[in-house]
Every structure is written in structure tokens, then in C-alpha cells.
Design a protein around this ligand. Structure first.
Ligand code: NI
Length: 255
């Protein structure tokens, strides 16, 4: 399969206009079953990872983390990079970015059944170095069905064309790594919920506002997120993200 088989011309155009797109399956059920085993092993071993490799995005108790994340899961399970899912994600990213994508920045966010916390509205670029200019995307892949009730993605169409809006640490606690939008959502836009079957994906741009609800379901919501982009370039305009400065001063885990 090539990139056109995975992303039609209409889907490329939809992404360009809206800053996100919903795509079909990147892999099959047999590989998804293997991926869930690897994923669950990584999270079972999570507490052996170093600070900075894994932490609770929501800042709640590490005894019962509500939004545990692993940065770079393919460092700990290199077999992930050999999967059909990774190969097809490379094709998707290459097609939407118009460059040859060979590697991803990857992370895994688990949303435990029954108490997994919402991921508040944010733009991914708010986490990154404010001195740089980005043109990148994230591919979000649930390893089981992701419905509204279990924490699927929601996007605000067209917000990829806006600047980075003010953010703050979740709950305004600077010791928390996770960020949330610190202002009201832009007016006149309606969020689009994107429920997905297992192994399908959404793709969003680094400035697209997005949100995922709590997991009120009975199955853990496992998601893999693969990021890729053009090489970041210096902005040279002195942009600062004061929320990052507050977090750094408070000793929050850095990404
Ligand atoms: Ni995000």
C-alpha cells in the first residue's frame, strides 16, 4: 500500500483546511493483539523507568495515576518500529507533510478504565521550544475502540491556522507537566468528536486545538501517538511560553 491508499486526495485537502483528519485502519487485528501485549508490558514496568521517561500527565497520585504517559516507548520495545502500523504511519505522515518521514517521536498515553482523566484542550506546540517554528503532525492511534465515553479525540476545526494561545499547567499547578488552554475556546467553532475503531487513527497539526474526555468505559484506553514534521527552524522573534517558565521553576517533569 502507498500513501494514496491510506490518505485520499480529499482527505489531504480536509487536513489542509481543518487541521485534522480521520483515517482508516493502519494495521490488522492480529498485529493489534500483539501491540496490546507490548503496550501493557510497558505500562506494567512503567515505574522502573526514569523520571522524564514516564510520568502522570495529570499530576495526580503515582499510586493510581489518572493519565500515565511513557515517552519514547519504542526505546523500550524496539519491535514497535518493525510493525505494519509504524510502516503505514510513515506513509501517512509522508503524504500529509510532503516529505519523506523515516522516524517518529513517539509516546503512549494510557487512560485507565473508570478513572482515566480527561486530557484538557491544548495545542501540542505549547509544550515545545518557543524559539522554534514548527510544521508537524501527530498521528493518534487507539489499540482498541475509542468512543466518546472512553476518551476519543475531539478537535476544533481550523485552529491550526491560529497562533499558540495562552496555556497553563493543568489545574494551574506548576508542578504538573500536562497543559490546558488558559482562555476560552475560540468562539463560533464546534468541536468535532472522532470515535475510532481499533487501529484507525486521527492526524492533527501542531497547533490544532484538541481534547480527549475521561474514560468512563470498562476497558483501558490505550493510545499510541506518533509525531513527525519538517525540521524546526529558529523564529528569532523572542517568543516565550511563560507557562513553561513557571513549570521549570517549580521542578515539573520536562518533556
Ligand atoms: Ni496533544
Amino acid at each position: 500500500m502507498d500513501g494514496r491508499g491510506l490518505v485520499s486526495d480529499e482527505q489531504v485537502e480536509f487536513y489542509r483546511v481543518n487541521g485534522f483528519v480521520v483515517l482508516g485502519a493502519l494495521t490488522d487485528e492480529a498485529e493489534l493483539a500483539d501491540l496490546r501485549v507490548v503496550y501493557d508490558r510497558l505500562f506494567a514496568d512503567r515505574l522502573s523507568l526514569a523520571r522524564g521517561e514516564s510520568f502522570d500527565l495529570s499530576g495526580e497520585s503515582e499510586d493510581r495515576p489518572a493519565l500515565p504517559q511513557i515517552l519514547g516507548p519504542s526505546r523500550f520495545a524496539p519491535e514497535l518500529k518493525e510493525t505494519k502500523l509504524w510502516a503505514n504511519a510513515r506513509l501517512v505522515a509522508s503524504r500529509l507533510l510532503g516529505i519523506n518521514v523515516e522516524d517518529f517521536g513517539d509516546h503512549a498515553i494510557l487512560k485507565p478504565a473508570g478513572y482515566g482523566a480527561p486530557t484538557p484542550w491544548h495545542q501540542d506546540e505549547a509544550y515545545w521550544d518557543p524559539a522554534l517554528h514548527y510544521d508537524s503532525l501527530s498521528i493518534w492511534i487507539p489499540l482498541q475502540e475509542a468512543m466518546v465515553e472512553s476518551g476519543c479525540m475531539h478537535f476544533l476545526p481550523g485552529t491550526h491556522l491560529s497562533e499558540v494561545l495562552p496555556h497553563r499547567p493543568i489545574g494551574d499547578d506548576p508542578k504538573v507537566h500536562g497543559l490546558e488552554l488558559a482562555v476560552d475556546l475560540p468562539e463560533g467553532l464546534s468541536p468535532v468528536a472522532c470515535p475510532l475503531p481499533a487501529g484507525a487513527c486521527t492526524v492533527h497539526h501542531n497547533r490544532t486545538l484538541h481534547y480527549a474526555g475521561a474514560n468512563r468505559g470498562t476497558v483501558d484506553r490505550r493510545a499510541l501517538i506518533l509525531g513527525a514534521g519538517r525540521a524546526a527552524t529558529a523564529r528569532g522573534d523572542g517568543r516565550r511560553f511563560e507557562w513553561q517558565e513557571r513549570q521549570k521553576a517549580a521542578g515539573a517533569p520536562a518533556s
